[in-house]
Design a protein. Structure first.
Length: 638
């Protein structure tokens, strides 16, 4: 500790100095007040011992100067004239202690110890206060950040969120709540929750008294017609108490989070209805996968419904869709149905589901099932028809991709016909003696070329025709591959692609829709050709290093495997980028430039193969190429 000693008497000053040194502290001596204050300004001082009676500046002036500059530093005043008045003045001026000369070392030591103890206590107190202030400031900053973070979450959360007081008044709501339950011009804050959101039957007062409780309830809420078409929506409402104003129970609000679970609820109802009515006779989703068309769906559903509902009472089920009508069950002799459901597609009635029974039972239970089922039927039919349209669109897109190759394929027989015809005309004009045998041979050649063109055109017609009405049939994969190369072979030649096909004899038959399998293989081959074209162009432009040994090569290998046939299509297009590979089967995803692809080719192909009960596997070789393998089951699975 540094101790400043101010006394004009040299003997006393040196005596106190020696005592301070023996204590192990540092004495700082000054013979007068001005020198003492200068030392105080220049060096840190922990204790001041000063005489009162000095010529230039008395001890009280020094005391006041010390308290002005360093309030926490204790000051011990010594004097040879210890009067009551001076003692009172010392206390009033803030002196730590008053000692009378001659100063006893024991008394001085006691007061120095007490002064140092008081100084340490004050400094610790000040440090504690500073720590508290820093902690309070840090807490304030943290709370401000937390407040900003919470406000950002509340503002941007997709879930409707509101804060409700014990009276049920909305105190705060986020934009998602406003959008879901009110119009833009409506003000929701300050209004009753039940006025804005009906069917929220919550005992707010009872819930608010238990801050540790949590609310979790499924409720049905009619959402405003302008946004949801007037339909009821199901919300999972979760709530918890928030001491929003920091005032205990009086400041508690309920935070309600509302998650739209309508789809989940309806899924659950669909599942329950199916389990009850159909007695696990079929899985609706699996049944629709293998059906060729919406009409096929009608027949299957009608039969299963009659069998399922027939467990409750004798029933005739009639299902109509557009011009198609299917019936199944017993003829109960009733002209009017006891249950009816509309099949609405895009808001218009496209069909009707009707139940006839002489003595219906469990009507209410069945009514909910019928309402749900007609909704499901409408969505399944709509999705199935859209899927068929997409498949057909993909087939036509593939035809467009082959246009140049098909034109080349047709140009060859046309050129032959023209050559034969022009030769005959020239001979006739020149007066040649043309025999009947020569005429017959020439015309036979023309007919053969015309037949070749007819075969190409017929196959293109068959390929492009809508196959949604066809029944599944047995087919040979070898024949499918050959038909694909009839369409795309010339195109591959035009693009300089070397083709190698390896098909062993004696392959088993597959079952399904051969033209759809042609569409899959055609799409994979066209994709491979485009990848090799792109790699050649990038080599030519210098974007990738040129490789003199590289060539565009397509390999098609067919082989038997356990329970199926595998068709592998390999290319030398450089492979698929690793960041693209996980998404290649996503609908509408394409890595091609705008206008050069729909992003549906592989998605449609995967859908077709899955419909046949098969799968598509991909092997990627970065820098070399890719192999797509189509695995189709054999036998009579469809």
């Amino acid at each position: 500790m540094n101790v400043l000693i101010v006394d004009d008497e040299d003997l006393i000053r040196r005596a106190i100095q020696r005592y301070i040194e023996r204590r192990g502290d540092v004495p700082l001596c000054a013979p007068d007040g001005r020198t003492g204050l200068r030392v105080l300004d220049e060096q840190p001082v922990d204790l001041v011992i000063t005489d009162i009676q000095m010529p230039d500046m008395d001890g009280f002036q020094i005391l006041r100067a010390v308290k002005d500059r360093h309030p926490e530093v204790p000051v011990i005043v010594i004097t040879g004239y210890a009067t009551k008045e001076r003692a009172i003045q010392s206390v009033n001026e803030g002196a730590f202690a008053l000692l009378q000369k001659p100063v006893l070392i024991e008394d001085l030591g006691l007061k120095v110890d007490e002064a140092f103890q008081a100084l340490r206590a004050r400094r610790e107190e000040r440090a504690g206060v500073q720590r508290l202030r820093r902690a309070a400031h840090d807490r304030f900053v943290h709370l401000e950040k937390e407040k900003a973070f919470s406000a950002a979450i509340l503002r941007n959360a997709p879930l409707p969120i509101c804060l409700v007081d014990r009276e049920g008044q909305i105190r705060m709501a986020n934009p998602a709540f406003q959008e879901c339950f009110a119009s833009e011009e409506d003000e929701v804050e300050g209004r009753a929750l039940e006025e804005i959101v009906r069917s929220v039957d919550l005992d707010l007062r009872a819930f608010q008294g238990l801050a540790e409780d949590a609310l979790d309830r499924l409720i049905e809420i009619p959402v405003r017609p302008a946004r949801k078409g007037g339909e009821s929506r199901y919300f999972q409402v979760r709530g918890f108490c928030v001491d929003f104003f920091g005032t205990g129970s009086e400041g508690k609000l309920i935070c309600l989070l509302m998650q739209d679970v309508t789809f989940k609820v309806k899924q659950g109802r669909e599942e329950a209805a199916r389990q009850w009515c159909l007695k696990q006779l079929y899985e609706f989703r699996e049944m629709t996968v293998s059906l060729a068309s919406s009409e096929g769906l009608l027949e299957e559903v009608t039969r299963y419904l009659s069998e399922g509902v027939g467990q409750l009472n004798e029933v005739l089920v009639r299902l109509t869709y557009r011009s198609r009508r299917c019936e199944s069950g017993r003829d109960v002799g009733q002209e009017a149905p006891y249950l009816t459901g509309q099949i609405l597609i895009h808001g218009e009635e496209q069909g009707r589901l009707e139940f006839f029974s002489a003595s219906p039972r469990s009507v209410e239970m069945q009514r909910e099932f019928v309402n749900e089922l007609t909704e499901v039927l409408a969505r399944r039919i709509e999705a199935r028809e859209l899927d068929l349209q997409i498949v057909q669109s993909g087939r036509l897109t593939s035809l467009g991709e082959m246009a140049a190759g098909v034109a080349h394929e047709l140009n060859q027989p046309l050129s032959g016909i023209r050559t034969f015809a022009e030769g005959m005309l020239y001979g006739l004009k020149s007066g040649w003696d043309i025999s009947q045998a020569d005429l017959r041979e020439t015309f036979q050649d023309i007919v053969e070329q015309a037949d070749r063109m007819t075969a190409i055109i017929d196959h293109m017609r068959a390929f492009s025709r809508d196959s949604s009405e066809e029944e599944p049939a047995s087919f040979q994969v070898e024949e499918v591959v050959q038909n694909v190369f009839k369409l795309v072979g010339s195109q591959l030649k035009v693009h300089g692609v070397t083709v190698r096909v390896d098909i062993p004899a004696g392959l088993p038959e597959c079952r399904g829709w051969p033209r759809q399998v042609e569409q899959v293989l055609l799409n994979l081959i066209v994709n491979a050709r485009q990848a090799m074209d792109e790699r050649a162009a990038r080599m030519k432009s210098g974007e990738v290093p040129s490789d003199p040994a590289w060539g565009a090569a397509l390999g098609v290998r067919v082989e038997r495997e356990a329970g199926g046939v595998r068709v592998a299509i390999s290319d030398t297009g450089g492979g698929i980028p690793e960041e693209v590979l996980p998404r290649i089967f996503e609908p509408f995803f394409t890595s091609k430039e705008a206008g050069q692809g729909t992003g549906l080719g592989l998605s449609i192909s995967e859908s077709i193969v899955q419909r046949h009960g098969g799968r598509i596997e991909v092997t990627n070789r970065p820098g070399v190429g890719a192999t797509f393998e189509v695995v189709l089951p054999t036998g009579k699975g469809l």
